[in-house]
Ligand binder design. Structure first.
Ligand code: SOE
Length: 392
């Protein structure tokens, strides 16, 4: 069978993780990559073992052999490049946030639907095996009615004033930083798990480090500061390091989450607890094989990920026997497997249900971010306007 051919635009922190996940599938081939210059593209292609290197992504879009393009560029390029990918007739996987605001993401969703391409957005945390299992258990009523959802997404890679990255500049990263970058993952994951949409928010945002020292050379996301960096310039920071957000779900249930990129010791800690009318559950991305389940009338339980103990609906998401722990790269592989299987099976993006996050989820996420920014500015509850029926 002929493999599905793929091109990747952008090879910073996230692009190579897409490439690795795709390569694990076996039926998909990464045939090209595009970077900001030919020299950079050649270097990265040689490093990653990719046959074709493009110094201009538009040339790669013209290659008729390529069916799918991954947009792994910085945020300010997502909208334009996603649009061009769709108009070139290619299927698309975009990094989040899907665009710079929900007007743009709305346009992208409509365009992708009109052109009939398969559209995915990389909300990878919903693809963790234990998250899939929790969703199945909630849907089966094991926890009763979900009343409360609370948690946080904490990181420490921007803790010091000398930590700097393109995500800090609003013209590149967007008006929102911590909310759009990691709050978007938290919201996507809990909406996926509970099957309920967030429809209203009340937010408080803060910039903990209002002036940062920007190294004169570029620093990659999660990149350790080189001890050799001696030259800095002071730059004012206008995006949030921290946010706490009260949320209301479509059925009236309540929640709250905190995001921060300045929490020492927390590396990539997306965690949440749900409290249902029968039982509770807690999951933490840094220990992804553990699912805690809390009860009132019997001892609490810790379910270690194990296909033998999973709900039938979640067994597809776990690939090794209990004790052979799966984590972040495996969740990303699940995302890619589901996306490419959809294409391989010739499914119709307008009719068939996708088991990965689509541009619709990307658009809902942008609408939540917009509502959070507006709520913080106006200090009041704001409804999420995703052009869907507003339910409260
Ligand atoms: C940086 O905060 C970042 O790389 C995010 O952009 C990713 O989406 C998240 O998975 C890890 O942290």
């Amino acid at each position: 069978m002929k493999k599905i051919n793929v091109g990747i635009i952008g090879t910073g922190f996230i692009g190579p993780t897409h490439i690795e996940a795709i390569r694990r599938l076996g039926f998909v081939e990464v045939v090209g990559l595009a970077e900001t210059s030919q020299e950079q593209a050649d270097r990265k292609a040689a490093e990653l073992g990719i046959p074709k290197a493009y110094g201009n992504y538009r040339e790669m879009l013209q290659n008729p052999e390529i069916q799918v393009i991954h947009n792994c560029t910085p945020n300010h390029l997502h909208f334009t490049i996603n649009k061009e990918i769709i108009l070139a007739g290619k299927h698309v996987v975009s990094e989040k946030p899907l665009a710079m605001n929900s007007m743009e993401s709305d346009e992208l969703l409509a365009l992708a639907q009109k052109q009939g391409v398969v559209h995915g957005v990389n909300f990878n945390y919903r693809q963790h095996a234990s998250v899939q299992n929790l969703r199945a258990k909630i849907a089966n009523g094991d926890f009763g009615k979900v009343n409360l959802v609370h948690g946080s997404y904490l990181q420490d890679w921007l803790l010091y004033e000398t930590d700097y990255n393109w995500r800090l500049a609003p013209e590149v990263g967007g008006k929102s930083r911590a909310v759009a970058d990691i709050g978007s993952h938290w919201c996507d994951t809990v909406q996926f798990v509970t099957g309920k949409k967030i429809v209203e928010v009340f937010a408080d945002l803060a910039t903990v480090i209002p002036v940062r020292k920007k190294p004169k050379a570029n620093v990659a996301t999660f990149g350790a500061q080189s001890t050799e960096v001696t030259e800095y310039e002071d730059v004012p920071i206008n995006t949030e390091d921290y946010a706490s957000v009260l949320v209301r779900f479509e059925d009236g249930s309540r929640g709250v989450f905190t995001v921060s990129q300045v929490s020492a010791g927390r590396k990539n800690r997306l965690s949440f607890e749900i409290n249902g009318s029968k039982s509770s559950a807690f999951w933490n991305q840094e220990e992804p094989e553990k699912l805690w389940m809390g009860h009132r009338d019997k001892p609490n339980e810790m379910l270690l990920a194990d296909p033998a103990l999973f709900s039938p609906e979640a067994k597809h998401a776990i690939h090794h026997p209990g004790g052979h722990n799966e984590g972040w790269p495996d969740a990303l592989k699940n995302m890619m497997f589901n996306y490419y299987t959809f294409i391989r099976e010739g499914k119709d993006p307008l009719k068939d249900k996708a088991n990965f996050a689509t541009f619709e989820d990307g658009h809902i996420s942008m609408a939540i971010t917009d509502a959070i920014l507006e709520s913080h500015e106006q200090q009041k509850w704001v409804k999420v306007q995703a052009n869907q029926e507003v339910l409260v």
